[in-house]
Structure formats: structure tokens, C-alpha cells
Design a protein around this ligand. Structure first.
Ligand SMILES: Cc1cn([C@H]2C[C@H](O)[C@@H](COP(=O)(O)OP(=O)(O)OP(=O)(O)O)O2)c(=O)[nH]c1=O
Length: 191
């Protein structure tokens, strides 16, 4: 069965490539907007929009995977920072505390449009940071296309104290959950 990743995120591509999977990438270009306020529903909704918009475009049979990642602290959902100032505000909020990274995934089979949405969450502790450290981190340039303005897989490793849960979920794709759903719901076996 052909597998299609509905994502422009190079991290998601890399995570799937690392599994030795043969897949294609088709970007969704949907607007990242959801009415949902609850983080789990919010990320599942957006992952559904991404996966379904790509599934509708395809003419051949495929399994389409869509995902969305946000950082949640208190009752705030943080997406990708628009500029330096927003990145600073996000990192200032995250430093010295724990937050939760939510990734929603939706898998759609184009044959009958059967779909399954689910989410994973991972708790991440960010160390206490001086403003100078925050600005130096922002200057690495890696913060802009990342939810919560940090990349655990990059220089951001320096600001993460510890995590609880799936590491890959923080990078943008809950691999273990994906493995389970593909096997259980679509009879697709990655191993
Ligand atoms: C917290 C965190 C997020 N991220 C990334 C994962 C996601 O790519 C990004 C959140 O943006 P998303 O909107 O989930 O995804 P995207 O816009 O990059 O790609 P697409 O919508 O086409 O699938 O933040 C990291 O790479 N490392 C991290 O530590």
C-alpha cells in the first residue's frame, strides 16, 4: 500500500525515512485554524484537515498521514512564532517550567475514506534561562518554524532539562502511536 505524508515538515519526513519506509510527500496547504479549544481536539482537528485535503487530491489508492504539533502551557496553545518578539515571549513563558507537547495524527485510507484520528502528549521541562540565553538561542534561527519556538532535536537540546513520554512526538510525529494505528486499524505493518 502506498503511503503519503501530508506534510511540509522536514522533521516528519526524516522521522518516517528513518523507519526505512517508502513514502511520498504531498503538501496540504490548508489554513492552520481550528475552533477547538481543548489541545487534544485542536491538534486532531488540524491533522484531520491536512490528511483529508491531501487524500481528496489523490487519484491512486493510498494511506495518507497528517499531523499537527502544538505546545501547551497553562490554558495557552502555542504554535509557531511569527517573529523574534513572539519567539521571546514564548520562550520566556516556557523557561523554568514544564509544559506539554501535543501532536495529533490522522490517517486516511483513500479507498473508502476510512479515517482514524488520535493524539499523543509528552511533558517537557525547560531549564531556567537568562534573557541573554533566550536571545542567543533565538539567534540560532531554528525557532521560527517550530511550535513553542524551540527544537528539541537541535540547539534546543540545550534548554531541555528532561522529558516524560515519546521523544518523537515532540519532534512532530508520535511514531509508536502511528505504528499501532496502522497495524490495528488499517492492517499496515511497519515491521
Ligand atoms: C516542540 C517542537 C516542535 N517542532 C516542530 C514540529 C512541527 O514541524 C512544528 C509544528 O508545526 P506544525 O504546524 O505541526 O507542522 P508544519 O507546519 O511544520 O508542517 P505541516 O503542517 O506541513 O505538517 O514544530 C520541532 O521540530 N521540534 C520541537 O521540539
Amino acid at each position: 500500500m502506498k503511503i503519503v505524508l501530508a506534510s511540509k515538515s522536514p522533521r516528519r519526513r526524516e522521522l518516517l525515512s528513518n523507519l526505512g519506509l517508502d513514502f511520498e510527500v504531498v503538501e496540504s496547504n490548508v489554513k492552520e485554524f481550528s475552533r477547538e479549544k481543548q489541545p487534544s481536539r485542536y491538534v486532531m482537528d488540524l491533522s484531520f484537515n491536512k490528511a483529508m485535503s491531501v487524500a481528496k487530491k489523490l487519484s491512486e489508492e493510498a494511506i495518507v498521514i497528517g499531523a499537527d504539533t502544538v505546545v501547551v502551557i497553562g490554558d495557552k496553545i502555542l504554535g509557531k512564532p511569527k517573529d523574534r518578539n513572539e519567539a521571546y515571549v514564548m520562550l520566556k513563558k516556557l523557561q523554568g517550567k514544564a509544559h506539554t507537547v501535543y501532536t495529533g495524527i490522522t490517517i486516511v485510507r483513500t479507498y473508502d475514506f476510512k479515517y482514524v484520528s488520535d493524539f499523543e502528549k509528552t511533558k517537557v521541562w525547560i531549564r531556567k534561562l537568562q534573557d541573554e540565553e533566550i536571545f542567543n538561542y533565538i539567534d540560532t534561527g531554528e525557532v521560527y518554524d517550530k511550535a513553542g519556538a524551540y527544537a528539541i532535536q537541535g540547539v534546543g537540546a540545550l534548554i531541555v532539562e528532561k522529558i516524560e513520554g515519546d521523544y518523537f512526538n515532540v519532534v512532530g510525529l508520535p511514531i509508536s502511536k502511528l505504528f499501532d494505528i496502522l497495524k490495528r486499524e488499517f492492517d499496515v505493518r511497519l515491521l
